[in-house]
Design a binder for this molecule. Structure first.
Ligand SMILES: NC(=O)c1ccc[n+]([C@@H]2O[C@H](COP(=O)([O-])OP(=O)(O)OC[C@H]3O[C@@H](n4cnc5c(N)ncnc54)[C@H](OP(=O)(O)O)[C@@H]3O)[C@@H](O)[C@H]2O)c1
Length: 248
């Protein structure tokens, strides 16, 4: 894949799938702006990758979206690809559901991608660019104990379809990637203790037909394929990449 001369924003670029995507885009010739809260993690992503610039910011703050898009245009002079990858999961059984818990998930998983896409629109129109939203197998499968995470990803998948139609006349393609359980910081970031994280990983690997959790690079490569300028006729779709989990 060749992204030479293209400008890309990857949110959540300080770890996991976002870090792998930022590096793969840079390796493919793109200039990349990586966004996340931890500057040190973003800098580690950018180490040895001079085409990756970093912008530490909290995407749960609504004003961040315009700031990120402004920074990207200022640095790169164009915007071809917006990857809405930053996201969080949270175990929240119905009996323990709180307004704060729901808002925290939706602010990051739904509102932030929406505000970023909105702010990016003039530049994406100019470049006939593309948006890739990172959902989850559980964006279209039930997830007992974490229903609001699943619902936030279902919302993102539906936004993907609606935006694809809304923006088709502008030549902007919008697709989603729905990974299954993948090695990353997601479970730790959800505040789960390490023994629980290890147990969940084992259980997930056992349920996945291909017998293992995903690797961030093998997931991120599909973000690039969806965004590839040569992928010209694909829009409004959600690609599930999960070792067969959604079928099991
Ligand atoms: N790993 C999986 O099993 C899996 C499965 C399905 C879907 N996904 C989805 O894949 C995407 C990437 O997750 P991952 O697995 O790579 O997990 P991860 O390693 O936890 O990455 C999430 C990234 O989002 C950033 N982030 C979190 N809150 C943020 C905020 N408020 N503002 C800005 N950035 C924020 C984090 O950086 P900071 O903490 O520095 O902000 C982190 O780098 C997420 O949307 C996730 O829901 C993951």
């Amino acid at each position: 894949m060749d992204f030479t001369g293209r400008a890309v924003i990857v949110t959540g670029a300080g770890s996991g799938i976002g870090r792998a995507a930022a590096r793969l885009f840079a390796d493919a010739g793109a200039r990349v702006l990586g966004v996340g809260r931890r500057e040190d993690a973003l800098k580690a992503t950018a180490a040895d990758h001079p085409r990756i610039a970093v912008h530490p910011a909290d995407l749960r703050t609504p004003a961040t979206a315009r700031e990120v898009i402004g920074e990207a245009f200022h640095r790169m002079g164009r915007l071809d690809v917006l990857v809405n990858n930053a996201g969080a999961t949270k175990m929240m059984p119905l009996a323990e559901t709180s307004a704060e818990g729901i808002a925290g998930l939706f602010d990051l998983n739904v509102t932030a991608p929406s505000l970023l896409a909105s702010a990016a629109l003039p530049h994406l129109r100019q470049a006939k660019g593309t948006i890739v939203n990172v959902s989850s197998t559980y964006g279209h499968r039930p997830l007992p104990g974490a229903a609001h995470y699943a619902a936030s990803k279902a919302a993102l998948e539906h936004l993907t379809r609606s935006w694809a139609l809304e923006l088709a006349a502008d030549g902007i393609r919008v697709n989603a990637l729905a990974p299954g359980p993948t090695e990353s910081e997601a479970l730790t970031a959800a505040g789960l203790p390490q023994p629980v994280v290890e147990q969940i990983k084992q259980d997930e690997a056992a349920r996945i037909p291909l017998g293992r959790r995903g690797d961030p690079e093998e997931v991120a490569t599909w973000i690039l394929r969806l965004a590839d300028p040569r992928t010209t006729w694909l829009t409004g779709q959600t690609l599930t990449l999960d070792g067969g989990l959604e079928l099991a």
